[in-house]
Design a protein around this ligand. Structure first.
Ligand code: UDP
Length: 386
């Protein structure tokens, strides 16, 4: 089976990193077509996954902008469609990895007769999408996709709630290669040293692009509210950058850190590729999205690294963690609640260790890449004409 993967982004967000894991299995018989150039292309090339860029310049990405407009703004929907149609001749199946790719994939599928699979990695709700974009996504998915892969039950539920066809939609969790999350203890020690973290500090990592709904401000506010003796033991690492141009938020975060007197406590590390080492260097990973997370790759990654994790209790995150057994859940956007939980956990190092150990074992089984690849392969096979 030859697959043409379509993805709108040249930047390595969660959807793209997950696609990279999936596409490895089809390296010799697939092509990833990106709608913009960027570092994601380099990442694919590094692992020998064939990639092409359909347009060099970026597209406007906003939950409110119309997809038709933003696709048109990069040289015209027609030009993209023509390229997709030409490429589709050499492939048996189209695989839309993002919502905007669904638009192109659906049109290409109708015109080429190639089956379309849509990997749904968004919570299709008004919180994340405009009314018209929601309607476009659901209508195209229902009418053009042979199968829809939802990355969590929460994602599938939102799709059905928005009018999506339940029979087409199957939940397949993101998969991970546990070997990628094994680190060398010396390397991690060296990293802590390089970051200037004094011995005995309790390091809390937050790994997400910097964006208001990813809730870095909730963690900062929570740390600010801790009792001073505990607060002074904390170092926060904010790992990630404003991938989609939310630079105002970064500025606000930096100002907030200064105003709250946390300049010594918080480090902004920007986008990093050494996620496993950084996660292992942390005593705790906090995920504090204020809106429901479709899946939450960073939660499983922390588990695989053996670092305990606290996540916001919404969306896919709830499916990943069993509270008090494989991690903790905190109400989204509740800095006071998070602060109290952090104070409690700081006093329970044995519990942290025990939960992290349990989470590591469970996540290796539940989210193994081989399993995900197999489930996806079975669905794709069913979409091909007999
Ligand atoms: N990530 C990364 N470098 C960074 C910050 C994040 O490689 O500096 C990765 C992170 O390890 C995870 C992905 O980006 O694999 C984010 O996926 P997630 O599902 O958590 O969020 P999304 O970006 O899809 O909203």
């Amino acid at each position: 089976m030859r697959i043409l993967f379509l993805d709108q982004s040249g930047k390595p967000g969660g959807a793209e990193l997950s696609l990279m894991d999936l596409a490895q299995a089809y390296r010799d018989r697939c092509l990833v077509a990106l709608f913009e150039d960027g570092p994601f292309r380099d990442r694919l090339e590094q692992v020998q996954i064939p990639v092409t860029c359909l347009a060099a310049q970026g597209m406007k990405v906003s939950k409110d902008s119309s997809w038709w407009q933003s696709l048109g703004s990069i040289g015209g929907l027609l030009s993209l469609l023509k390229q997709c149609l030409r490429l589709s001749r050499d492939y048996d199946l189209l695989y839309a990895n993002t919502s905007k790719a669904l638009v192109l994939g659906a049109l290409t599928s109708k015109l080429s007769g190639r089956p379309l699979v849509y990997h749904l990695r968004d919570i299709l709700s008004r919180e994340h999408f405009s009314r018209s974009n929601l309607r476009i996504a659901v209508t195209l998915a229902n009418s053009c996709a042979s199968a829809i892969i939802a990355n969590s039950q929460a994602t599938r539920d939102a799709f059905i709630q928005a009018g999506g066809n339940a029979e087409l939609c199957h939940v397949v969790y993101n998969g991970f290669d546990p070997a990628q999350y094994k680190t060398n203890a010396e390397e991690v020690q060296w990293l802590r040293k390089e970051l200037g973290i004094p011995a005995g500090q309790f390091v809390i990592g937050h790994f997400s692009r910097l964006s208001p709904w990813k809730g870095q401000h909730v963690l900062i506010d929570a740390v600010a509210q801790m009792v001073p003796e505990l607060r002074s033991r904390i170092t926060v690492l904010l790992v990630g950058s404003a991938l989609f141009g939310e630079d105002d938020y970064v500025e606000q975060l930096q100002q907030r850190v200064e105003q709250l007197g946390l300049g010594e406590r918080v480090q902004f590390l920007g986008f990093r590729s050494d996620i496993s080492q950084l996660m292992t260097a942390c005593e705790l990973v906090v995920h504090s999205s204020t809106s429901p997370e479709p899946f939450g790759r960073v939660i499983v990654e922390a588990m695989l690294c053996g670092t305990p994790v606290v996540a916001a209790q919404a969306g896919g995150a709830v499916e990943l963690i069993e509270p008090e057994a494989t991690g903790w859940l905190a109400p989204p956007g509740d800095a006071v609640g998070l602060s109290q939980l952090l104070e409690r956990l700081l006093g329970e190092p044995e519990l942290l260790e025990q939960v992290a150990l349990q989470a590591r074992g469970v996540s290796r089984d539940r989210f193994h890449l081989h399993q995900t690849q197999q489930q996806v392969e079975q669905l794709l096979e069913r979409c091909l004409p007999l």
